[in-house]
Design a protein around this ligand. Structure first.
Ligand code: HEC
Length: 174
């Protein structure tokens, strides 16, 4: 019976803690962005977000798995390899959010859809790296690549510098 009593006590204690926290939060200033002007301070152009964040991190994901003639010749090995790939995925995912911010966002429609897809597909890459799942990472990398090219097709005039990375290991393209 002490079991249920201590459970109750724990519940009471955490309730107390929760209300103390709530009280504290009531007194604090509202979170940035909830009122007033835009709290963000974008400094990079779309091009610079591509060069600084999107390209190197996406490339790291694509380079991490290599098939030659249908044979897996390179893949993440160590915990560090997998961890770094998670971080690469996070970087590209958050870059999707950066693309949605004014003044980088080009419109309220397809642009947002593509940027949101970049977040989602990159998050799938993070999950694959968390699971240390080569096949899932391969699929996620291909899905990320599709988002890149879909957005560029619509928004990059004549696509002069379109990303041309090989989708690593994708049997259809090798
Ligand atoms: C939401 C739309 C969008 C997505 C998603 C997107 N891009 Fe871009 N990207 C652009 C636009 C727009 C430009 C051209 C910017 C400019 O010239 O002002 C660009 C430019 C580039 C360039 C040329 C940069 C340069 O230095 O000239 C590369 C390379 C590139 N993107 C790679 C990628 C890769 C790789 C991905 C996916 C991992 C990606 N992009 C996803 C919109 C997007």
């Amino acid at each position: 019976m002490w079991r249920s009593r201590s459970t109750k006590r724990l519940a009471a204690a955490s309730l107390l803690f929760a209300s103390a926290l709530a009280l504290q939060q009531c007194g604090s200033t509202p979170a940035a962005g909830s009122e007033g002007g835009q709290p963000f301070k974008p400094v990079a152009t779309v091009d610079q977000v591509m060069d600084a964040i999107v390209i190197p991190n996406a490339q790291a994901i694509w380079d991490s798995i290599v098939y030659t003639n249908g044979e897996l010749v390179a893949s993440p090995k160590t915990d560090d390899d997998w961890y770094n790939l998670q971080m690469n995925g996070y970087a590209v995912a958050e870059a999707g959010n950066l693309l949605m911010m004014a003044p980088r966002a080009r419109d309220d429609g397809d642009w947002m859809t593509f940027a949101a897809a970049l977040v989602d597909q990159s998050r799938a890459a993070v999950r694959a790296a968390e699971a240390k799942d080569v096949q899932a990472l391969l699929v996620a990398g291909g899905d990320v690549y599709t988002v890149c090219t879909d957005c560029h097709r619509q928004y990059v005039a004549s696509d002069p510098d379109a990303p041309d990375p090989p989708i690593p290991g994708a049997p259809a393209t090798n």
